[in-house]
Write a protein that binds this ligand. Sequence first.
Ligand code: NAD
Length: 353
Amino acid sequence: MSMRFEHETLGQRVRFASDAAAEGVREEIALLGATKVMVIAAAAEADLAKRVTADVPVALIHDDVVMHVPVPVAERARAAAAAHDVDAIVSVGGGSTTGLAKAVALTSGLPVVAVPTTYAGSEATNVWGLTEGARKTTGVDPRVLPRAVVYDAGLMLSLPVDLSVASGLNALAHCVDSMWAPSADPINTALAAEGIRALDAGLPLVVADPEGLPGREQSLYGAYLSAVAFASAGSGLHHKICHVLGGRYDLPHAPVHAVVLPYVLALNAPAAPAAERRIAAAFGSATALGGMQALRQRINAPMALRDYGFEESQIPDAVEAILLVMPESNPANVTPDELTRLLRSAWEGAEPR
Ligand code: NAD
């Protein structure tokens, strides 16, 4: 069979070395020639940020970070950057922190050096997100792609195990959804498969030994691959569902991804045999769902949307909203009844079928 595809690779330097973030950040800031750096880090990430920016010329530390980047929060950060006339941004934190740095870069063009402390993967994508009221808007813009990412698994040691598990499954969702996303191609699916393998190896180690580096390194490497795959393949059904749930009902990002993923896999796998085999092989399991469920059990994954603030009465409204954004590329033809069943099962934490 002939092979034909178009694939864009995003330009970004990635440094990966445990316990070397301060050195990596110093070198990246020197390469940019920056002399007035804005450090963005949430309060919970302040100590990590202090450590990794010890050797750079910091003009301003900004800790006003809120999940999903509300527009007023973005405006305040943009105003602070302008008032201090900064020439680069270092973000130290999870997806919310990286997201705020991206919001500043979007309007100012300032270069960002991202130091991630979760497995969310925003640092490796050119996707920005902002929320206005209950409406979450996302877009793609080359200005928001961080110039460099400094990965240091040592910074992950303080991420509590439950957050690590949810965040790691958010990364797994990037990989699995990439298999059938609108721009899936041989390159991003290869990265996604290797991401699944690395996360399947790393996350159980994180749970067994949260203070150990090997599990953190494998998981972080998998999270990076997952984000590169996702940035290239685009949003599939899983991301569309989670985007609606997170944005419309203000649910926590990573746990929602962690809960919904096996239900989307169960729905799509029969209609996508090649993806099913690929995912199963990456898990080293007979079936894709079997591999995923074995991992979820080992790491005590989040089980039900009702535990995270989603109400059963919101299902019809969610179904309506999801049907409007259903990707044409989705392998299974999803009816309103099937979507209702999926959300009900995810709401109560029933066995995915
Ligand atoms: P988060 O950034 O909100 O972090 C969760 C919590 O963990 C926060 O309280 C944070 O301060 C804390 N934390 C982070 N790292 C820590 C560490 N090492 N030790 C202790 N505490 C730590 O959550 P998230 O799941 O990383 O990111 C979610 C956000 O990222 C959402 O808004 C989502 O839309 C966005 N996102 C965007 C993209 C993209 O490509 N644009 C991709 C993935 C996620």
